[in-house]
Design a protein around this ligand. Sequence first.
Ligand code: BT5
Length: 341
Amino acid sequence: MREKILALLLAREGEFVSGEELSKVLGISRAGVWKHISHLREEGYRIESQTRLGHRLARNSGPLNKYVLGHNLGTAKIGREFVVRHEVSSTNEVAKELARAGAEDGTAVVAETQSGGRGRRGRQWLSPQGGIWLSVILRPGVGLKDVASYTLLTGVAVAAAINKVTGLKAGIKWPNDILIRDKKVGGILAEVFGEWQAVDFLVIGIGVNANLGEQDLPPGVMATSLALEAGQPVLPVELIQNILRELERLEQLLLAGKLSEVLAEWRSLAVCLNCTVVVKEHKEEWPAESVDIAADGALIVKTADNRLVKLYSGEVSLRGPAAITILTSFLCSYCKPFFIN
Ligand code: BT5
C-alpha cells in the first residue's frame, strides 16, 4: 500500500494530492492514508501535508527505490527493471548473479553502499553512502571483439550525464576514468561473460562520487566528488536517470552501426588526446604520444620512433576456453608524463 501511495504522489510530484482522492483510489480510510504517509516520512521522503490541500512529495526526496528511479525515466530498455539495495558487496556481483538467473537486458542494480566495491584487476573501490554505485546488465548479442566499445560508450554516458546535470566539466581518461580537474570522480568496470563468439551478457559497473565529502574519499588518491566540485549536493536520481538515458542513446547508436558518432563524442570528452603519456606494459615503461581512439576501443599512441601502436586494456571473464586478460596501463596527466599507480 505504501508503494502505491508513493507511486501516486510521484505521478503528481510537486503537486498536492488530497487525502480524499488517495483514500478513494486506494480503497482505504483517510486515517489509513495518514498512517502510510507517516511511514513514508520515516523512510526519509519529504512529504508536506496541509489540511485543505492534501499531501505533496518534494522532488527527489527520500531513499532510492525503483519507483523514484523509474519515474519519468523515459527509456525503452535500460532501467526498465531496477533492483535497489541498501548495502551490497558489489553491484557488479549482484548484477552478475541476476543475469545468470535470467534478468532482462537493461536491468539496473543500484546500492546505497558497497562493502566490497571493485575496480579493475581486483583493486578496491571505496563506496560509502552518498555515491552512485550502479551496474547495468546488457545482452547485446555480439561477439567478444565488439564489446570493447561498451567501456567507451559508458565513459561518454557518464561524463555527458555529469556535465548535463551539474554544469561541471567532466572528461574521460582512457579507458575508464572520469576526471574533473585532473581528479578522479568516477570509474567504470565493464565485465563480459560468455564465450568467444557469443557474449551472454555484459555487466557495466559505474561508480560516481556524487555527494561524498573530503573525509569519504580514498586517502592518497587524486580524487574528488561532484558535490565538492559544484559546491552543492547533486540529486542522485537525476544523475542516475541521465546516465541511463545516455547509455541507451549511445547503445542505440552503436547497434545502428554508428560507432563513429560514439567515437566522436568520446574524443570531444577525452582529457588526454595528443599529449605525452607513459605507457606501462607488463614490466616495461615507455613514453609515447596519445593520438586517437580506435574503433575497437584501443588507444592509438605514437612511440618515440614514430610507430603507431594500439593499446588495449580490459578484463574479460570467459566460460569455456581459458580466461584471458589483456592488461595495459596507460597513465597520463594533462600532457605531462606522470604516474598515478
Ligand atoms: C575503476 O577501477 O575505476 C572502476 C570503478 C568501478 C566502480 C563501480 S561502483 C559500481 C560497480 N560495482 C563495483 O564493485 N564496481 C563498479 P580502477 O581503474 O581499477 O580504479 C581503482 C582505483 O581507484 C583504486 O585503486 C583507488 O586508487 C582509486 N579509488 C578507489 N575508490 C575510489 C573512489 N571512490 N573515488 C576515486 N578513486 C577511487
